[in-house]
Design a protein around this ligand. Structure first.
Ligand code: FAD
Length: 285
């Protein structure tokens, strides 16, 4: 349970961190909250020769509002997002998702940026960030680039972030009064990770579904948008029957449903449908 030895750097700016990443290449790893990296180093699943601790880059901790968007620094902790008045007031599903993560200790140290880059298939943030259609800002040796959440997650523990890049911000659109979001999950009792987590963002026009976005985690090796559910419900009246019929499509297109000692594939598929139905019912009510 003791990690292999490594060289430690603690830069105070993004540029300094990028220069270190450039210098050390694949040998280096960014350390944010450490709640995923440190356990994998202790298990020797990761043995970086260089650890670049970005906790002293205060600019990455800021949460603000600009141009109709919530701008969330990658180092904002789950607790910061759970407790921020700005976040609770502007995009409550973000606070709700943060509150659903792990325990107090995990929420005090873990960061949204670390969680997104780690891309654990049972992590909570990816479902909500996908459903919100957020943009992810990434700094690298060639400057900044912006990636849509739908293009960010590539597979099991894999995203588009390159070894020489750092996620700096997450830009979340602020919703209008007709739009409501919720995040519901069934916890794995030991860790708190999602056996299934469903984020639903619904825009209503009267009693009709004008637009719906559903992000699902814990079911596939990569988080996904339940496009079958979205297509089935859009333009339809939000009756219990229509919502239930749409929720039945929660795992459409998922080739391999996760199957492990905590929940087999059939159970997870059923959970996805049940939690999708409950989430939509909640935002429709
Ligand atoms: C006991 C326990 C319970 C947990 N329960 C849950 C849960 O219920 N739900 C849940 O979603 N998560 C859970 N987690 C995970 C937790 O949310 C972590 O915060 C998260 O996985 C990683 O964030 P971090 O800041 O700790 O990242 P780190 O561990 O520091 O880094 C993770 C990975 O991301 C990279 N990285 C980090 N930040 C950046 C960045 N800005 N740019 C580029 N690369 C970066 C690192 O190099 C590393 O590869 C749990 C963890 C523990 C230990």
């Amino acid at each position: 349970m003791i990690p292999a030895s490594f060289e430690y750097f603690a830069p105070t700016s993004v540029n300094e961190a990028l220069a270190l990443l450039k210098e050390h290449g694949d040998d280096a790893k960014i350390l944010a909250g450490g709640h995923s990296l440190i356990p994998t180093m202790k298990l020797r699943l990761a043995e970086p020769a260089v650890v670049i601790d970005i906790q002293r880059i205060n600019a990455l901790k800021k949460i603000s509002e600009s141009d109709g968007k919530l701008i969330i620094g990658a180092l904002a902790t789950h607790h910061d997002l759970e407790s921020s008045d700005l976040v609770q007031g502007k995009v409550p599903i973000v606070s709700q998702t943060a509150a659903a993560i792990g325990d107090v200790q995990v929420r005090n140290k873990g960061t949204i940026g670390g969680s997104l880059v780690h891309a654990d298939p049972a992590a909570d943030w990816p479902a909500t960030i996908l459903a919100l259609d957020a943009d992810i800002q990434i700094a690298g040796p060639n400057g900044e680039r912006t990636v849509k959440a739908t293009n960010f997650f590539e597979g099991l523990f894999t995203t588009v972030v390159e070894p020489e890049e750092i996620v700096t911000q997450i830009h979340v659109p602020i919703q209008n009064a007709n739009t409501k979001g919720t995040y519901l999950k069934l916890y794995q009792v030991a860790s708190g990770f999602a056996l299934t987590g469903v984020a639903a963002i619904l825009t209503k026009s009267g009693d009709t579904c004008q637009n719906i976005a559903v992000g699902i985690t814990g079911v596939s090796d990569v988080v996904y948008r339940a496009t079958g559910v979205e297509a089935e419900l859009t333009g339809k009246s939000l009756t219990a029957e229509n919502i239930a019929a749409a929720a039945e499509k929660a795992v459409d297109g998922v080739a391999d449903i996760l199957d492990d000692i905590h929940a087999n594939a059939a159970y997870r598929a059923n959970l996805a449908k049940v939690y999708t139905r409950r989430a939509i019912e909640q935002v429709a009510s």
